[in-house]
Design a protein around this ligand. Structure first.
Ligand code: TYD
Length: 181
């Protein structure tokens, strides 16, 4: 179970695709996925993140927990089901995203506690954190996107990167986290 993490514009989705292709070529069965998911709770989150619906930050953080638990346990599309059928699962974002993004608005320990059911149910074999500066991220987002989301502002990205580092320091010894420039 391989997790990619990083601030917006760090290239996670590209690397998930490239690693998935490479592993498939090596003969492995691969399932690539992402959070927020494209299922029901994830779709609700995307509407909130693009400003089409309103919610307070605790509600958003709690919805990410719900989306994650469904992403783990759903009998049809859940990651545990894919892993137990022998596939390598690669996900674009997991609980470190919650630690980094929501602790702008609430104590990180609350977020870690709120995600503890997910962490107990499924820990990554490896977490790959793709690192770049907030300025590089902002430049890429502006060049590539029509729609700027909720968290995609320079001040937020600076804070989120700092929070990622803090989260890795705090929780990283429980998972195998590697930081790639
Ligand atoms: P992102 O991967 O950037 O999707 P897209 O490329 O479609 O914009 O994820 C959307 C946003 O969700 C991103 O700004 C980070 C945020 N997020 C959280 O705030 N908490 C979480 O737990 C997760 C998984 C993502």
């Amino acid at each position: 179970f391989i997790v990619f993490e990083g601030i917006d514009g760090s290239g996670k989705s590209t690397q998930v695709r490239l690693l998935g292709e490479w592993l498939s070529q090596q003969g492995h069965a691969v399932h690539s996925t992402l959070e927020p998911t494209n299922y029901r709770i994830g779709s609700m989150l995307r509407r909130i993140l693009t400003g089409k619906e309103q919610a307070d930050e605790y509600t958003i953080a709690a919805l990410f927990v719900a989306d994650r638990l469904d992403h783990i346990h759903n009998p049809e599309y859940g990651m545990l089901a894919h892993l137990s059928s022998g596939e390598i699962v690669i996900t674009d974002r997991y609980y470190y995203s919650s630690y980094a993004y929501h602790s702008q608005f609430m104590p990180m320990d609350w977020v870690i506690q709120a995600n503890s059911l997910a962490a107990e149910a499924l820990r990554p074999d490896i977490v790959i954190f793709l690192d770049l500066t907030a300025e590089q991220s902002m430049a890429r987002i502006k060049a590539n996107r029509a729609e700027i989301e909720h968290y995609e502002k320079l001040e937020n990205l600076l804070l989120v990167r700092k929070n990622y580092m803090e989260a890795i320091e705090k929780e990283g010894q429980k998972d195998k986290v590697i930081i790639i420039d």
